[in-house]
Structures are given as C-alpha cells and as structure tokens.
Write a protein that binds this ligand. Structure first.
Ligand SMILES: NC(=O)c1ccc[n+]([C@@H]2O[C@H](COP(=O)([O-])OP(=O)(O)OC[C@H]3O[C@@H](n4cnc5c(N)ncnc54)[C@H](O)[C@@H]3O)[C@@H](O)[C@H]2O)c1
Ligand SMILES: O=C(O)C[C@H](O)C(=O)O
Ligand SMILES: [Mn+2]
Length: 542
C-alpha cells in the first residue's frame, strides 16, 4: 500500500486535492496537500478552463500531458468529455511536435519502457520495472523508424506509443493501469538527432541486420510470456520491417499493426460510407493508391479482400488496383518492388504509353480512377489539375488524402470540395472543419486509424481472443456503417469523432462476437455487449 509522496507520485492512484480527509489520515497525506478537498468534477472543470485559456496548442498539450503524468483518472475524465477537441492537441497532429521536441522537453518517462538494442540482457528487467507489478493487457510498441509521415525519430518516438494508448483509454475505456507504452531503440538514421547532444536515445545508426530481428523477436516472446493474454499493437515501424514483423507473428499471437491493418479498416469503412452516399457498388470502382508503402499497401490489401468477400474472383479484383509510388505507376518489371506491392503491379502491355506513366497526373489521366487514396507524405500532391481530371469522368470521386500530420496531407478537404463542385466524397487523416459550399455544409470524415483501433482492441481484449483474424478485421470495418445518414446533404463518409466512445463499443461487440464465432475467445462472450461493457474502465476515483 503506497503512502505519502509515493502515493501522490503514482499517476494510477493519485487523486490530488480529491483525497478526502479520511484518506489523508489513512495514507499519510495530512499537511502535504492544500486543505480544501475537491471533487473530480471540480478538478475537471478547472483543468478544462485552464486548457481553454492557454494561448496555443503547444501550451495546451504541455499542460494536459502534465496532468496525464500526475493523475490519469483526472486526465481521462476531462479527455473523455472533450474527445473531439482534445484529440488534435494530445494526438495527431499535435503529437508530431511532441515527438520532435521530446528530448528537449523531457520531464518524466510517463511509465513507458525504453528498450535498448545494445542491452538485450536488460529487457526483462526493464519491462518489469515499467509495469511495476501491474498486469498488462495491451502494449503499443514502436521502433520509431517511420513516425506518421515525419520519419525516423529514434527514442523520441516513444510519444507515439503513449499517444496511441491515450486514445485507447479515452475512446474505448481500456484501463490505463493495464497498458504499457514501449519504444525499441535500435538507433536512428536522423543526422540531426545523432549530432544533438541533448538527444536522449542511442547515438548510433540503426542496426538493420539479424540483430534487429532478434531484438524484436526477443521482445515479442518475452512480453507474450510475461503477460499471457496480451494484445500487442505495432506502430510506425519502417516500410522494410512493418509487414515482415506482422506476418511473422500474426498466426501465433494476438498482434496488430495499426498502419497496415488499422488504416486498412478505417479506409474501407470510409469507402463503404462513400459508396453508401453515392449508391454505387465497390465492384464497379477503380482504385488508385498514391504512396504504396506500409499504409498504402495495407489499405489496398483490405479493399481487395473486401472485393473477394463480395464475390469477385482474384483475377477480377486485381484488375481494379493501380499503385503509384516514387517510380510512378508500378509495373511488374521493376526491380525495387516490395513484397506488399507485388500483388498489385501492372503489365506495361496494358498501356500504349506505359513509359510515360511516371507521375500521378499521367497515371490518373490514363487510368481514370474512381477512388484515390494518398499515403505518400507528399504535401499537396493531389493538385487542382489532377482532381479536376479525376472528377471529369467520375460523378462522385472518392478522394482520401491520408498523410499526417497536417502539413503533409495530399490535399485540403476544402479544396477538394471546391474543385469538384461539391461532388468529391472526402476523408482526411487529420481532423478537418466542415466545408460550406453553395449552401451545403459538407462534414468531413476523419479516416484516421484512431477511429477504429480502440474499439478493435477492446473487442480483442474483452473477449480474450487468441488471435486477431481477417474476419475480425472485416467485421470491424463493417460495424461502423449505419451511423451516418447518407441521405443528409453533405453527409460524411465516416461517423464523427464526437461519437467515438459510443461507436468504439459497437466495434468492440462485433469483434468479440466474431472471436467467439471462430472459437478464439478465452473469456465468456455469451453476450458480446455485456462482455465489452464489463471490461470498460471508467475515469472515476476508487
Ligand atoms: N490516416 C491514417 O490513419 C494513416 C495511417 C497510417 C499512415 N498514414 C500516413 O500515411 C503516410 C505514409 O505512411 P507509411 O507508414 O505508409 O509510410 P511508408 O514510408 O511506408 O510509405 C510511404 C510511401 O510513399 C512513397 N513516396 C514517397 N515519396 C513519394 C512521391 N514523391 N511520390 C509517390 N510516392 C512517394 C514511398 O516510397 C513509400 O512507399 C504518412 O504521412 C502517415 O502519416 C495515415
Ligand atoms: O498516428 C496517426 O495519426 C495515424 C497513423 O497511424 C499514422 O502513422 O499517420
Ligand atoms: Mn502510425
């Protein structure tokens, strides 16, 4: 039983000024807190007022993260009440700044585990120290090689593990004391960090040989062994490793890659939402991916799988896909293709001008896609010319500029609506304000994996699923249909973030039910809704 300052300094137990007089007597807190006892609601009102009064996003974030570090219950109580307002501050896009400046502003390790490739012998002890006797249901781990679209940030990337977990709790009620953020420090290739004496990670280039995969393997086996019901979430690994690592463990443990699978699910849900508005069929669409990396190929694979589920043959479905990357349209004779790109490449013989298809503009002109999804990190790549070209042969073009953070998005929602005379069905990776055009207000869906991974994770964890299967992923994507009214002029393709906590439960129930159907549940799922509700943590003082 913690007492005195040990108790005040434990963010999972601390109540600050809300400790009652009896508790202060009992736990050695008399005289080390100001005399007035406050309620959680009063504390929360005060926090919210202070956030409102901060002059900019940076100061709001610093203040909120300070509350997070000291008192999780209070932090989540406020976050949950203001989820749509706080997400852009503490999660994307605000989190990009906290990653860039992590070393300079370091104050507390936020209960994360920092694992060094130079000290594999310390790994177990490090995890034990970070978990401090807590049972862990969920780990978010990153090696920070490809954070959002901002690249390699080494140990600074721990913030993305912390941030993703914050959203799990605010959106789906995962108990913050049962989660663990982890960063695998395998070095960094960012020169500015290597040359920065203040950088807190290993000052060495990334290890990319067998030592890297052994490091990851040691980690996965260790945590799966330490926490037998663990759900392991991989975030922002580099293009060379992300899919390899997922494929290696997906049939053995309940693991999830957010950039591949989470982005695939939310993009599919958005496309299904768009087709619901346009009244068109998926099997009639022509799909173009711009930026065929981890996320781009993950999304293509999910949409392809959906076409198979809807009855297309593999050959028919493959004909619908076109990947564009740095080289332009990807062809089967290219020597630098990734294994994830290969299933979707084209033959030069399909085109009269194949050798000219080296830009997005040329590819759009030649192929006439009806769906264009951007995961390229190329700011403004969806130009007016390209978008107008696409809209000239498609009544309701589906256009998703998904690159994060804000300054890397392929287009702005407002421009897409204007350039297409209100016909584009748009979703963006970062939050976008509604766009009013010719008397109609267009709500813009946020196709960010944060809209889906919390509910998915809650479903897996509450049901105790032994694996995360393709069917579970598919039901997650389908479960958020029907929330938006497609007949409403300007309707969004995805449900609003303001309802994230509500629809996370819907997603979780669907996933838990599917786990049961496949016989993968280790917990009682006789009533999936009940199973999920029972698991949820509420931000209230105990
Ligand atoms: N909205 C979401 O939920 C979500 C989820 C995951 C990733 N993303 C975003 O997608 C972007 C990519 O992330 P990733 O993890 O797939 O990274 P990645 O590095 O694996 O993929 C990026 C791809 O873009 C390609 N590319 C780079 N420059 C290009 C150019 N000029 N023209 C064409 N292609 C180019 C790269 O070659 C690579 O294949 C990031 O900005 C990230 O924030 C968004
Ligand atoms: O972190 C996000 O906002 C989404 C996604 O995982 C990304 O890498 O961009
Ligand atoms: Mn990511």
């Amino acid at each position: 039983m913690k007492k005195g300052y040990d108790l005040l300094n434990d963010p999972f137990l601390n109540k600050g000024t809300a400790f009652t007089m009896q508790e202060r007597e009992k736990y050695g807190l008399v005289g080390i807190l100001p005399p007035t006892v406050q309620s959680l609601d009063t504390q929360a009102e005060q926090v919210y007022k202070n956030v409102e009064n901060k002059p900019n996003v940076t100061e709001k974030r610093h203040y909120l993260m300070n509350i997070f570090s000291r008192n999780r219950t209070l932090f989540f109580h406020v976050f949950k009440q203001h989820i749509a307002e706080f997400m852009p501050i503490v999660y994307d896009p605000g989190i990009a700044e906290s990653i860039r400046e992590y070393s300079e502003f370091f104050i507390t390790p936020q209960n994360a585990a920092y694992l060094s490739i130079d000290h594999p012998e310390q790994m177990e002890q490090s995890i034990r120290n970070a978990a401090e006797g807590r049972d862990i249901d969920l780990i978010v781990v990153t090696d920070a090689e490809a954070i959002l679209g901002i690249g390699d940030w080494g140990t600074n990337g721990v913030s993305i593990s912390v941030g993703k977990l914050m959203v799990y709790t605010a959106a789906a009620g995962l108990d913050p004391a049962r989660v663990l953020p982890v960063v695998l420090d395998a070095g960094t290739n960012r020169e500015s960090l290597l040359n920065d004496p203040l950088y807190l990670g290993l000052h060495q280039k990334r290890i990319i040989d067998d030592r890297y995969y052994n490091f990851v393997d040691q980690f996965v086996k260790l945590v799966e062994n330490m926490f037998p019901h663990l759900y392991l979430h991989f975030e922002d690994f580099g293009r060379e490793h992300a899919a390899n690592i997922l494929n290696k463990y997906v049939d053995t443990y309940p693991v999830f890659n957010d950039d591949i699978e989470g982005t695939g699910i939310i993009s599919l849900a958005g496309i299904l939402g768009g087709l619901n508005i346009s009244g068109e069929k998926l099997s009639d669409q022509t799909y173009m991916c711009f930026g065929a990396g981890t996320a781009g190929c993950g999304i293509a694979k999910r949409i392809y799988q959906e076409m198979l589920d809807q009855g297309l043959s593999e050959a028919e479905a493959k004909k619908k896909f076109y990947l564009v990357d740095r080289q332009g349209l990807l062809f089967d004779d290219m020597t630098d293709l990734t294994p994830e790109q290969k299933p979707f490449v084209r033959k030069r013989s399909e085109f009269d001008n194949a050798d000219e298809l080296t830009t997005l503009a040329a590819a759009v002109k030649a192929i006439h896609p009806t769906i264009l999804v951007g995961t390229s990190t190329q700011s403004g790549a969806f130009t007016e010319e390209i978008v107008k070209e696409m809209a000239s042969f498609t009544k309701r073009p589906i256009i998703f500029p998904l690159s994060n953070p804000t300054e890397l998005a392929e287009a702005k929602a407002e421009d897409l609506i204007h350039w297409t005379d209100g016909r584009a069905l748009v979703a963006t990776g970062i939050p976008s304000q509604p766009v009013t055009y010719k008397g109609v207000t267009y709500e813009i869906g946020q196709a960010n994996n944060a809209l889906i991974y919390p509910g998915l994770g809650l479903g897996v964890i509450a049901s105790g699923a032994k694996l995360l299967t393709d069917r579970m992923i598919s039901v997650a994507a389908h479960s958020i249909g029907g929330i938006v009214d497609p007949a409403q002029p300007g309707a969004a393709v995805l449900p609003p973030v303001t309802q994230l906590d509500r629809f996370s439960e819907t997603v979780a129930s669907a996933v838990a039910a599917e786990a049961k159907k496949e016989g993968l549940n280790r917990n009682d799922v006789s009533d999936p809704d009940e199973c999920v509700k029972k698991y949820k943590w509420e931000p209230k003082y105990k």
